[in-house]
Design a protein around this ligand. Structure first.
Ligand code: DC
Length: 227
């Protein structure tokens, strides 16, 4: 029997990571945060190169020297390692997010990460979040969610996350940054951010994570027998 795959795509700050992880926990499936792979590759290329303007310069030489390993265990925080070094926390900056969005336009980078993402799938079942999980990498997924929310709401949530981490930020700047990244992710030629034709679209603007999770789990139970 083929493993069950659930994809959760959407723009940045929409809460897809939280929801995807809650679904994975509930169903005891594997979880994959594909954005963390783009962030890790971007940061590693930057560290090798130290030229933010052109981190893809050495991609061809570097591609065989970079090994990315995403790890998730039920009930624990997901982690990502690059060549054995823990990158989990250091990829979570806005600077790395912008670099990730920029390398995400490159076919070589996407092919490398797609291979990894496919190899991550096992019989256990998978919940994968990102931009092209349902349209490209796991196009055969059993259920595809596409989460949206107003940019104001997404920026507000990001502001609160940052506040919790003791980092100060302001709403207009966060809105600007989100809009720029949305544009880069939507306008790119390969695997742009777009809902899959068969995706279930959920606007999360007015709902808590718990409420969105309940919606998704009900849809999953209605569509997949024996879950
Ligand atoms: O989900 P995130 O914010 O961590 O993703 C960072 C960037 O990586 C995002 O702006 C675009 C890129 N990305 C992508 O192109 N495809 C994915 N499946 C996931 C992320």
């Amino acid at each position: 029997m083929k493993p069950i795959i659930i994809t959760v795509d959407g723009p940045s700050g929409v809460g897809k990571g939280t929801i995807a992880m809650m679904i994975a926990e509930k169903l005891s499936y594997k979880y994959l945060d594909s954005g963390s792979l783009y962030r890790s590759l971007a940061l590693k290329l930057y560290e090798k190169n130290n030229n933010p303007e052109n981190i893809l310069e050495n991609l061809d030489e570097s591609i065989n020297d970079i090994s990315i390993d995403f790890r998730y265990k039920k009930g624990e925080k997901a982690q990502v390692f690059v060549n054995g070094n823990d990158y989990t926390n250091k990829i979570r900056t806005e600077k790395v997010a912008i670099m990730a969005s920029s390398i995400a336009k490159d076919k070589r980078a996407r092919d490398m990460l797609e291979k990894y993402q496919r190899s991550y799938l096992t019989d256990e079942g998978l919940v994968a979040d990102g931009r092209d999980m349902g349209t490209k990498v796991f196009a055969e997924a059993n259920i595809k969610f596409y989460l949206t929310a107003s940019v104001e709401k997404r920026a507000e949530r990001r502001l609160n996350q940052l506040k919790d981490q003791g980092i100060s930020a302001n709403l207009p700047t966060l809105i600007q940054k989100l809009l720029l990244r949305d544009k880069a992710d939507t306008d790119r030629l390969i695997s742009p951010l777009i809902p899959a034709k068969d995706a279930i679209i959920i606007d999360t603007s007015e709902f808590s994570a718990e409420e969105v999770f309940n919606k998704t789990i009900n849809i999953i139970r209605d569509n997949i027998k024996n879950i």
